[in-house]
Design a protein around this ligand. Structure first.
Ligand code: ASP
Length: 301
């Protein structure tokens, strides 16, 4: 399963919506082929999130939204459900694929999370690709920031101030491979007009991303503060592990919990330990897609 963010899409034309759905289908197809070729779940989620980061349609990597100082500060996390190895980076700049850096953290360092300058040094040490400012900045992103500043708001990328006139959001992937192993990854530029140094839920293991073969893999999107307060990804995993729920029941419990506790705004995708997919959201839409048992990609808002 992959997602391209939660929010409102009311003002998107049918052509624009098709662009997003085609991108989701294409990337899902690549993820399916990679799993069919024997790749692991962790390889599949890194591949899919990397491709989403490279696509300017999405608020991650190249298409990351801007903070209050017109800067890109990206967050990403990845987790292996077979081993509980996890890696995360927060507030990184100039990194082409933050998910690749998060993967390096999980596989090569003895730590789980790096922020800012230390994370950037690690990128150099591990040879993770870096890009100049021009790669990230665009007129559309600057205009989006101006609208948010004028309205005095911090917004979801795809909510925009004019509700739905901006491109889509944060990205994530969850995979279940031929060995029955689960993995999850999430990557984002965060919220439009966020304060410099603000970190959302996406790189926080248990809030924006979680995977454990004994329960499920989860990737979330939405107002990060709501997901941090409810530790939502891990809460959903706990519903499965402790109550023995299936994916769709756990997803319902998860969204009810998010709503009841904090009136949370956003959604998530998940795959449980039997390979069943589910998703839920409280926003008008969640752009998502899935492939079950090697079939055709399905995608919707
Ligand atoms: N959850 C992300 C954050 O708060 C934003 C998003 O999902 O669009 O940084």
């Amino acid at each position: 399963m992959i997602h391209g963010g939660a929010g409102s899409f009311r003002k998107f034309s049918p052509e624009e919506k098709n662009k997003f759905l085609s991108a989701i289908d294409r990337i899902l197809g690549d993820g399916r082929d990679c799993l069919a070729g024997g790749a692991s779940a962790i390889e599949a989620v890194a591949l899919c999130v990397g491709a989403l980061e490279d696509d300017v349609l999405f608020n991650a990597g190249r298409g990351s939204v801007l903070n209050e100082n017109k800067q890109v500060e990206m967050d990403a996390a990845i987790m292996n459900g077979a081993t509980l190895e996890a890696g995360a980076v927060a507030g990184v700049q100039g990194i082409k694929n933050p998910v690749s850096l998060a993967l390096m953290v999980s596989q090569k360092s003895e730590h789980v999370m790096f922020v800012g300058e230390g994370a950037m040094r690690l990128a150099e040490r591990y040879g993770v690709a870096q890009m100049p400012d021009e790669y990230f900045l665009s007129e559309a992103l600057l205009a989006q920031l101006e609208r948010a500043i004028e309205a005095g708001k911090m917004t979801l990328d795809h909510d925009g101030v004019d509700q739905g006139d901006d491109k889509l959001g944060t990205v994530g992937a969850v995979a279940w491979d031929c060995q029955g192993d689960l993995a999850a990854a999430t990557s984002t530029g965060g919220m439009v007009n966020k304060r410099q140094g603000r970190v959302g839920d996406s790189p926080l293991i248990g809030a924006g991303c979680y995977a454990d073969n004994e329960s499920c893999g989860v990737s979330t999107t939405g107002y990060g503060e709501d997901f941090i307060r409810t530790v939502l990804a891990k809460t959903i995993a706990d519903f499965i592990e402790m109550k023995g729920l299936d994916a769709s029941t756990a997803a319902q419990y998860g969204i009810d919990y998010l709503t009841r506790k904090v009136k949370g705004r956003g959604g998530f995708i998940m795959i449980d330990r039997t390979g069943a997919c589910a998703s839920q959201f409280t926003t008008p839409c969640l752009l998502r897609g899935w492939v079950e048992k090697g079939g055709q990609p399905m995608s919707c808002f």
